[in-house]
Design a protein around this ligand. Sequence first.
Ligand code: BES
Ligand code: ZN
Ligand code: ZN
Length: 499
Amino acid sequence: MEIRIQTGDITQVQAKAVMAGLFEGVKTPGGATGALDRALDGIISRLIEEGEIKGKEGEVTVIHTFGRLPSPRVAVVGLGKQEEFSLQKVRDAAAVSLRHLRRLGADVVASVVFGAGIGGLQPQDCAQAMAEGAVMGLYRFRRYKTEEEGEIKELIMVETEAGKEEALRQGVERGRILAEAVNIARDLANEPANVLTPAEMAQRAQTLAQDAGLECQIWGPEELKEMNMGALLGVAAGSSQPPRFIILRYRGRPESPQGIGLLGKGITFDSGGISLKPAQGMEEMKGDMSGAAAVIASMWALGKLRPPINVTALIPAAENMPSGSATKPGDILRARNGKTIEVINTDAEGRLILADAICYARELGLAPIIDVATLTGAMAVALGPAATGFFTNDEDMARKVLEAGERGGERMWRFPIIAEYREMIKSDVADIKNVGDRYGGAISAAEFLRFFVEDTPWVHIDMAPTDNVDRDKGIWVKGATGIPTRTLVHLLLSMAQEG
Ligand code: BES
Ligand code: ZN
Ligand code: ZN
């Protein structure tokens, strides 16, 4: 989709549909909506009076213009209550209205920039939010659909005031990069596991790295053996798909020796292994590499935005399967740092592969270490689908993660590190075991990771609640969400700014 900025009068633009917003409770619309109302001989205000248009969030009313305007349709988009308006509402309104118009077959749509004409929000931020909402909301995973569907090819953002083009254009550019990164993560996570094997994920990471000017290194089973990554190899042991370890590097501050470590859980399918999961819903476990997907996607965005910061991404990738060669409950694995792990449950595999990645990140001197994983069902039970949980041993990072989440409209919720729970994961026969008690499962999983992290500044994001949505809602499209890609990008941008 092309997104253009145009200065002029929305009533004069030629498109398949023109859009303007309306706040809840407004009886006589002003601005562009008012101009459209006048051009339509007062149809909009009459429909408001009759109660058919309320301006509620998610409401889209399409009016046919029958020659009164150069465009055949006007869409009045509900923006909700003015006092509750925010950039997130701009994103959602853009997503919902454009999906609606796509269903009607519109391929060229012109719109005012929602929120840009009223006080409180910067026009550039509104244009960015609008581009984000459009690109995220119109996302579809259609690789395996053989029938064609209509698409919106062009979105024209119309601004009445001259002199704002450059600011709006910059907003659109940034919004587009952020949203395209999200869609890259979604594409990876939606891909079925028979296609997106660890090897294929590595290939795609390499292609994306090339596109964004990142360094890329990929290890296979031989290198993993040499590197003593016994935990990752142990998880991969049951699968005929060999594991990979993907390293991506972005150097935006080459003069500095410091670098941040971004780690992503890359389980391309989690059957549970010998501790097999129930059949119901198991197909969702093709998304168990959503952490890796968000990490790869945010590295791509970094390469496009080029902030002054160094980031190294480490992605352990494997398929967790049962077979004659699979790791069994009771087996003991040796992680890269020499520590031994008793595997109580082969379904707690994410923490195993991350253990090796954490050891390597520490050897490289990366700090803070930020890991992203669909780690525990317990986190999903605790938070439900509206928030992503995170843990950190660094107060400053806690604040930054919350702020970054806020900026992208991805709700983040901090969980406590509880050192006492180290007791739960003590093993009789090895240094540690991979499962704690049933209660507090997300926290004991974090405690397992902290065993390898030790005192390194660290953030652990457990995105099991939010990797997937079951219906379209605002900017979210049924399937993989691409969370927490934008949170990661905003976080790294804010860290770059602080130097
Ligand atoms: N990939 C799952 C966690 C998960 C569950 C992600 C639901 C997304 C949605 C993880 O590998 C897993 O199976 N965890 C187990 C751990 C348990 C065996 C200690 C879990 O949460 O049940
Ligand atoms: Zn599992
Ligand atoms: Zn898993």
